[in-house]
Write a protein that binds this ligand. Sequence first.
Ligand code: FES
Ligand code: FES
Length: 215
Amino acid sequence: MPVESPQPAASPSTNPSSPPSRRTFIATTTAVGGVAVAGGLTAAAPFLGGTEADAAEAASPGSSRVSLTVNGERRTVTVDNRTSLLDLLREHIQLTGTKKGCDAGACGACTVLVDGHRVNSCLTLAVRLEGSEVTTIEGLADGDELHPLQQAFIDQDAFQCGYCTPGQIMSGVGCIKEGHTGSPEEIREWMSGNICRCGCYVKIVRAVEQTAGGK
Ligand code: FES
Ligand code: FES
């Protein structure tokens, strides 16, 4: 007669085909819940000094904290990873001077300077700008004294509705800094990413010329 080795009796709670007992159900869910809570605390831990909203947003896997300097002021914000620099400026820190035209890189209305270079802020991911210096139209003037290109736009009457103007001016500042101002044609070429639906191009070019020439 074959001898069977003793087997522990399968309890209803360990048999996969049986429904879990109340005890094993509680043990399992407590363990899983503990891992989830621990994970949440780990993610939120660096933000314990911030607001609860910051911590909640930062704990979300799709969000990040980014610190950058905007017009000389250090800013730290928690944003969805897909947030553009344009939306960070307009929606998170209420700098609405930078305009949204196409939101697709085609009009130049959103032009700002990042580390001295002009960029379309609608195409620039905010989370990639950790530590960057951003200058917007709000940061150009020195107190009550306008930047020379802002003054030149007024002198040359280089706008009508004004919607494209912040982007035109920021692009013009970049264009002058880059030295692409040898002739009206060169200025037109290097400002060609900035569309003006009011058709002020002749006067915009004159304003850039005036500033580049120090007049
Ligand atoms: Fe950015 Fe048009 S809004 S290029
Ligand atoms: Fe109206 Fe340029 S001034 S779009």
